[in-house]
Design a protein around this ligand. Structure first.
Ligand code: CP
Ligand code: NVA
Length: 316
């Protein structure tokens, strides 16, 4: 969604969206994630790429995985983190986002932020002189999808030429998946109710970037023969029309019947937290095709590699 990844002095970079990265950069981050994961218990001295660095983490919205995995990841790379909620600093209220960016850049070496308004993420990045990392906006969730691709490839090999299927609401996680599909050359089939279909700007982005994005209404059609079935909560952070969404999305539950249509080759992924019994049943989430806890673990490894990349480092 970010039009550019911004510019920073030196070899440092923001991590805002997958759509503005090159295929080579995404591949480099994924390779680094695999390496740093494999040697987690016995890291090399050179893996401490954040030694002497501190990262501010700002959460305007709740989080468990993002907060914990970034905090642990930063420590494992030799850095320090300091966390505040948007409420504590009255983010965007006591002063402009731009001024927060300028001041924080004098204190810390990087800023990881979860903020609903994507334009405010961009404003922060444009005014920071240290790397800014997108920890979820209402528009995208690129850290999540890096972990998701890592997980897919661990279970099913190279994602290029494969098919993943999204069932349910079109949200932030889906947008990052669509951007990944263009960069990594796989097909994405998306089944949503008409009222919750992907917005025109995402569909146009997909066209311009030659993504193989296929939109449909029928979840069966979307998952048949797929390599991966993806679901997410029906009501995302910031959504105010929960009741309407539940009514519209009832036919989009991922259950055993739908996984049968997909076939045994399909894995099931969900970024979590899941509302069991709504978008996915216990049988699927806890079933043999589900890799959701590998996916949650991989947030840690993927983000360590993203952090290294943001400072021009890599795990060789
Ligand atoms: N998947 C994810 O981002 O989880 P949290 O909201 O708990 O960080
Ligand atoms: N789509 C969800 C993802 C949560 C990690 C949300 O935005 O709430």
């Amino acid at each position: 969604m970010a039009r550019t990844n911004g510019t920073l002095p030196g070899n440092r970079r923001h991590f805002l969206d997958l759509g503005v990265l090159s295929t080579g950069e995404i591949r480099k981050i994924l390779d680094g994630a695999r390496r740093i994961k494999a040697r987690r218990k016995a890291p090399l001295a050179s893996d401490k790429v954040l030694a002497g660095k501190s990262i501010a983490m700002i959460f305007e919205q709740p989080s468990m995985r993002t907060r914990m995995s970034f905090d642990i990841g930063i420590r494992e790379l030799g850095g320090e983190s300091v966390m505040v909620t948007g409420k504590e600093i009255e983010l965007g209220e006591r002063e402009s986002i731009a001024d927060t960016a300028r001041v924080l850049s004098r204190y810390v070496d990087g800023i990881m932020i979860r903020i609903l308004n994507h334009a405010q993420l961009i404003e922060l990045a444009e005014n920071a002189t240290v790397p800014v990392l997108n920890g979820l906006t209402k528009t995208s969730h690129p850290c999540q999808v890096m972990a998701d691709v890592l997980t897919f490839e661990e279970h099913r090999g190279d994602i290029a030429g494969r098919t993943v299927s999204w069932v349910g609401d079109s949200n932030n996680v889906l947008r990052s998946w669509v951007e990944a599909s263009a960069k990594l050359d796989f097909t994405i089939k998306v089944a949503t109710p008409e009222e919750l279909a992907p917005p025109a700007d995402l569909v146009n982005w997909a066209k311009t970037h030659k993504a193989d994005l296929r939109l449909m209404r029928d979840p069966h059609e979307a998952v048949e023969g797929s390599d991966c079935v993806l679901a997410d909560a029906w009501v995302s952070m910031g959504d105010k029309d929960g009741k309407r969404r539940h009514n519209l999305l009832k036919p989009y539950q991922v259950n055993e019947r739908l996984m049968k249509v997909a076939g045994p080759q399909a894995i099931f992924m969900h970024c979590l937290p899941a509302k069991r019994g709504e978008e996915v049943t216990d049988e699927v989430l806890d079933g043999p095709q589900s890799v959701v806890f590998d996916e949650a673990e991989n947030r840690l490894h993927a983000q360590k590699s993203i952090l290294a990349w943001a400072y021009g480092e890599s795990f060789a």
